[in-house]
Design a protein around this ligand. Structure first.
Ligand code: ADP
Ligand code: MG
Length: 862
């Protein structure tokens, strides 16, 4: 090692502290990477790998990116889940003795990115920390560095729920202690692609006391401190904008696990994983980024306190009733800049004058928003608008200080208004007067010499000069002009008088630019003091924004205000699936009613493929979720219970999510619902049991239905293509059959998408195959087979409660036509089959049936 050059040694020393990050090592105008970092970065970033002499016998792999375009490369690496340590020269290379001192000034990680393509305007970028107290209880803290909001929560079920929360929040980086369970770490990394960082320091720093003041639990405090200390250690800059961490009680919200959220496509679609096509997409009529983030947050956490929900409904109603005011409000909101992220950037010291102008424009909207809300003449609306803090002192400061169209650079002047600072005004006068003086001098010199083309110019090297073309040189007065520069056809001169004025003008300009920068910094500092007030303002504005958004969507799509009841009744008239309705043109959508109560806890839905079973089920869940986030719902009337939890399980065949879904996963999720659901939950089981063989699946489906019916009593929608299950209605009191109707026209199926009472009568699978244009011959054959199957299974259909014996019996019936046995059936066997067919099972007791069976078996064996 000692053979390396001093610079490489320095590199290795710094790198030792940042093993898990790419070290961007500043060398002049480049960030260089060496050794392993260089090899890996050259691959990830597709940049050229070179090498350099580093003192040892072997050359050192090296690659680099220019300083000015580094941001783009850093972003690429962080997007991929890597960390990047920025190592700068911290002393002037000109005065340094030996190797220039270098230090890491910031560690950029997926959870601490503040800007760039990966940071969506309307999404939070949370970084989390987890502490495990024992196998089943965890602390989870999370904060968004760009907005300053932070929360902590206690999780008391298992690690799966921790992962669930992380997925819902979209966390990309998690901070844990070095003794955190390796298996958990492995899962987070490999299954959830989360970047892991370590922090062992849980000592409370005084500067963070303010942030953790509201947390009561010592354990949760520790979880938060770990996160704060990590941010402090890696970011090396002000965290003043972090808001006090609030404790979230997950039991205060409707519980929907991550998979159910995905199945219901609440914030992203299953196929594209994008926002488009999701409930969030449908709802997002927010006008501000803050409102956009709040909307997502509300969708992620529907409420269960009916009073709180009804308050939102009331406000939505008020907003709906005032169409013109709402339009005006939307116009105002459009002008409001992202105050939360701005506050973050103020704290970090990277706002420019343009940001401050946007801040000013935003604040100027506040009195107008307040005035509009006053026109609603409603107590609740007033309560909300009265908590809007217009931060008048700040608006006033910005109005007086910053010019309307400032440049991006904050160091080159042109930012501060006249009249804001007397000293600045003086410098500006001086420089302005100087310029008038120059113009006058130019005129005087022309008069004196009679040279019309004489002019006064300026360049950096010689300062101000008088320029005379060669042909006019003879007109100049001897001794008055001092030659400074010769051009091809002109000469440049100065005079003592000009030099003196020049000094004054330049000094004034330089001083004025310097002073402007200083004043700008002062203003920025003053803005910093307003951070907590700006954050509070942002909070209220975002709420107003989401409420107006609910009102706008509800009005546009003709939603109604849902009414909650404690009798666990569901009455939905003309219900629609909000997203399908929007996508398909509202006219075509067939609305459906849904009625459930204590006598109808479970609905078993049958109907052909593509008839609308899944759509109907999801529509009930989405309606409930919409109601509980405070929005109106797509129906003409809606009476709903407040659901504590929603579970969905979509059968393997419909499971487009990952393609890797196995029957095991299906069963695990069914278990999750069965173990956690209460009477107040909503369960959607869509074609469960599809992932295994028919009889297995059917038996499981039945057992699950019976279990939920007898032991849980949750409101359950169960769709199935096992027509055989419809007989369950006879024995399970609270289960009712419904079906989605379809009609046959000229041998083709027409989907009516209308929900009707009772079981569906026929399978239309073959017609769907026909629609899909399978070969005609094949369709004909399928119809033949179906006819035989139906003939053979007619009797068993009537069986009251299916027990395994019947299932077994059906097995032989169904399989028969598909096996070769059929072709070999002798006439004797045929006769036996005929006999079997003619047996009327309903008029027999089990013993008689046994006897008949015995006889038949004897015949076959003989
Ligand atoms: P299933 O689950 O019964 O196979 P889906 O619920 O997936 O059927 O619905 C199939 C298609 O039918 C959907 O993509 C949708 O376009 C259409 N559809 C479903 N319900 C309705 C409805 N109520 N009105 C109009 N079209 C519907
Ligand atoms: Mg379906």
């Amino acid at each position: 090692m000692s053979q390396y050059t001093p610079m490489i040694l320095q590199y290795l020393q710094v790198k030792a502290d940042y093993q898990d990050a790419f070290l961007f090592f500043r060398l002049g105008d480049f960030y260089e990477m060496f050794f392993e970092d260089a090899i890996k970065a050259s691959q990830e970033l597709e940049i050229t790998l070179t090498s350099r002499d580093g003192g040892s016998t072997e050359r050192i792999p090296m690659c680099g990116v220019p300083y000015h375009s580094a941001a783009n490369y850093i972003e690429q690496l962080v997007e991929k889940g890597y960390k990047v340590a920025i190592c700068e020269q911290v002393e002037d290379p000109k005065t340094a003795k030996g190797v220039v001192k270098r230090e890491v000034v910031q560690l950029i990680t997926p959870g601490t990115m503040m800007e760039g393509k990966g940071i969506a305007e309307k999404e939070n970028n949370f970084i989390a920390s987890i502490t495990s107290f024992d196998d089943r209880s965890f602390g989870l803290a999370y904060t968004d560095l760009s907005t300053g909001e932070g929360h902590v929560t206690f999780i008391d079920s298992d690690f799966e729920q921790v992962v669930n929360e992380l997925s819902i929040l979209g966390v990309k980086e998690v901070v844990v202690s070095e003794i955190f369970d390796d298996l958990f770490i492995k899962q987070l990394k490999e299954r959830n692609h989360i970047t892991i960082s370590f922090e062992n320091d849980t000592e409370i720093k005084t500067e963070f006391a303010r942030i953790i003041a509201d947390i009561e639990s010592g354990e949760l405090k520790q979880t938060v401190i770990r996160l704060l200390n990590y941010l402090h250690r890696t970011q090396k800059r002000s965290l003043d904008h972090l808001q006090p961490i609030t404790t979230v009680d997950l039991h205060q919200f409707m519980k929907i696990d991550y998979y159910s959220k995905r199945n219901l496509e609440l914030t992203e679609t299953i196929r594209s994983k994008g926002k488009k096509g999701s409930l969030l997409w449908l709802l997002d009529e927010t006008m501000t980024s803050m409102g956009g983030r709040r909307l997502k947050n509300w969708i992620d956490r529907p409420l269960i306190d009916s009073r709180a929900i009804e308050k939102r409904h009331l406000l939505v109603e008020i907003f709906m009733e005032h169409f013109f005011e709402r339009q005006e409000l939307r116009e105002r909101l459009k002008e409001v800049y992202d105050l939360e992220r701005l506050a973050g950037r103020v704290a970090f010291g990277n706002v420019n004058a343009r940001d401050l102008i946007q801040l000013k424009h935003s604040l100027q909207q506040v009195p107008a928003i307040h005035a509009i809300m006053e026109q609603f003449h409603h107590e609740e609306a007033l309560k909300l608008s009265n908590s809007l803090d217009p931060c008048e002192e700040l608006t006033d400061l910005l109005e007086r200080s910053i010019l309307e169209n400032p440049p991006i650079s904050v160091k080159e002047g042109g930012i501060i208004q006249n009249g804001f600072n007397a000293e600045l005004d003086q410098y500006r006068d001086a420089s302005r007067n100087g310029k008038t003086w120059l113009a006058r001098l130019e005129q005087e010199e022309r008069n004196r010499t009679g040279i019309k083309s004489l002019k006064i110019g300026y360049n950096r090297v010689f300062g101000y000069y008088i320029e005379v073309t060669k042909s006019n040189l003879h007109l100049l007065e001897e001794g008055r002009y001092e030659r400074k520069q010769t051009l091809t056809n002109a000469e440049r001169f100065i005079t003592p008088e000009l030099k003196e004025k020049e000094a004054l003008i330049l000094q004034a300009e330089e001083k004025s630019t310097e002073l402007e920068y200083e004043l700008f910094l002062q203003i920025r500092e003053s803005v910093k003091e307003f951070i907590p007030r700006l954050q509070r303002l942002a909070q209220i504005i975002s709420e107003i924004d989401v409420l107006q958004c609910f009102a706008s969507v509800s009005e546009k799509r003709h939603y109604v205000k849902p009414i909650f009841n404690k009798e666990r009744k569901i009455v939905i008239k003309d219900g629609r699936h909000p997203v399908v309705e929007k996508v398909m043109d509202a006219q075509e959508y067939v609305p459906n009613d849904c009625y459930m109560d204590k006598e109808r806890e479970m609905l078993l839905i049958t109907g052909p493929n593509m008839s609308g079973k899944s759509t109907f089920m999801r529509q009930i869940a989405l309606t409930s979720i919409l109601a509980q986030i405070g929005c109106f719902v797509p129906a003409s009337q809606a009476i709903l219970p407040v659901f504590d939890q929603v579970f969905t399980r979509i059968g393997a065949a419909d499971d487009l999510i990952s393609g890797q879904s196995t029957f095991m996963v299906e069963m695990l999720e069914a278990r999750n619902a069965i173990m956690n659901a209460t009477q107040n939950s909503l369960i959607l089981f869509d074609e469960i049991g599809r992932g295994t063989s028919t009889y297995d699946g059917m038996a499981l489906a039945q057992a699950i239905i019976e279990y939920i019916h007898d032991r849980i009593g949750a409101k359950t929608l169960f769709s199935t293509h096992y027509h055989e299950l419809t007989v369950l209605e006879e024995n399970l009191e609270q289960l009712k059959n419904i079906h989605v109707s379809a009609m046959e026209q000229n041998g083709k199926v027409v989907f009516l998408h209308k929900i009707k009472e009772g079981p569906a009568d026929k399978s239309y699978g073959i017609h769907v195959a026909e629609l899909a244009e399978l070969p005609h011959e094949l369709i004909v054959r399928a119809n033949e087979i179906l006819a035989e199957l139906e003939e053979n299974s007619d009797q068993v259909k009537e069986t009251p409660k299916m027990k395994e014996e019947t299932v077994q019996a059906q097995l032989s019936f169904f399989e028969e036509p598909n096996t070769k046995v059929k072709q070999e059936t002798s006439s004797k066997d045929k006769k036996i089959l005929e006999e079997l067919k003619s047996i009327n099972l309903l008029e027999m007791n089990p013993l008689q049936a046994m006897n008949v069976l015995y006889e038949l078996q004897k015949k076959i064996k003989s």
